[in-house]
Design a protein around this ligand. Sequence first.
Ligand code: ARG
Length: 490
Amino acid sequence: MAENTEHLALWGGRFTSGPSPELARLSKSTQFDWRLADDDIAGSRAHARALGRAGLLTDDELSRMEAALDELQRRVDSGAFAPIEDDEDEATALERGLLEIAGDELGGKLRAGRSRNDQIACLIRMWLRRHARVIAGELIGLVNALIAQSEKAGHTVMPGRTHMQHAQPVLLAHQLMAHAWPLMRDIKRLIDWDKRINASPYGSGALAGNTLGLDPEAVAHELGFSKVTDNSIDGTAARDLVAEFAFIAAMTGVDISRLSEEIIIWNTQEFAFVKLDDAYSTGSSIMPQKKNPDIAELARGKSGRLIGDLTGLLATLKGLPTAYARDLQEDKEAVFDQVDTLEVLLPAFTGMVRTMHFDADRLEAEAPTGFALATDIAEWLVKNGVPFRHAHELSGACVKIAEGRGQELWDLTDADFADVFADFLPADKAPKVREVLSSRGSVNSRNGKGGTAFGRVREQIVDAKAEVEELKLFASSTSDGPAYKAPETL
Ligand code: ARG
């Protein structure tokens, strides 16, 4: 056991024995936190320069330290240096690596004025800010695929549903764009979150700040943050920002899951609204005829784990006293899992959406069925002076007749309409209701802002494209470059 003490030198001093093997195994986090190594080394470079400016490293020491960190980065990149069994976490491993290169004397100076508590709090911020941009980029790809499908859909009308029942005809483009807007909001949430997480905890030390006269502002700027956290306890302990990211990732999963569910239903034999491209669907090992929407199903399934990552993290945070506690180590796997999940899911999902093929004839044929034009009858009556309360009843009476005969509304005779509307309209006027008994007429009459009329849908596509151009600026900004400034309108 004692031999472990040497490796765990970050805190070995006051202990007479090393940790038990059971503790070492429990404590270990390199299996997941090694992916923070590059950010850790970037932090070490900035910290070394802060030590230099504070007079705690001479110019010569600083340049040797920087050279050693460069060499460490090279070894990490090539895989020549990696954590070993006894390294507790990525910081322990990298300190060992630095001591190997720079020697104990020089290497041992870097730890002054920082703690793994402020380090790790800073690293998770750096890592998440970078991946938020990757995810935003992937989401933009998906939004663009939805926009392209909407443009291709043109005037195609489909059944719009509420409670999954035929409600009113809508443009296919309108239905597809209804999935684009929430995804754009997810990107905007990331942009907004980035403003809050854009503060460096470096210099907070273990919890109370540091005594060495270091300049945390300079470190913050070197690491791409606009400012330093305002309170060192909060800086080391706050994980609300990690949880907020986890919410956005979970919400993104839910938004994709809802679209998935729609695609899965549309893709059934009974609906037959959409066909998936062979390259984005799978077969069955036993049933040769099968073509399955696995990408949509995996997206729906993975949204469950994205939610689980969020709730697990919130449960970890609940009840923690405010300053660093080891529980906080649990923040990382939750968001790493979310990022890995989204980064592998989104490209496949976008490919499926981009290549799916709608059966326009079938959508058009189904659009007006199931008495989906009943509201149009009621509104036509209103336009002809009938109070809506009665109009609703009269239209309902038409539905009742048609339903009783196993017909659709347009199958009613002129005499039927004249009969039903007799108390309100002259007999020769009543059959004119046929003007609105088409799904195209129905759709185009819904021409208020945000409605499903063709012109309004064109308008929303133009607006969405303009917004995407803005969102792209965030996705292509670097988290360690000048801060992305979102316009007020976003
Ligand atoms: N590995 C820890 C984490 O991820 C950081 C180390 C802080 N450990 C400590 N004993 N203060 O949160």
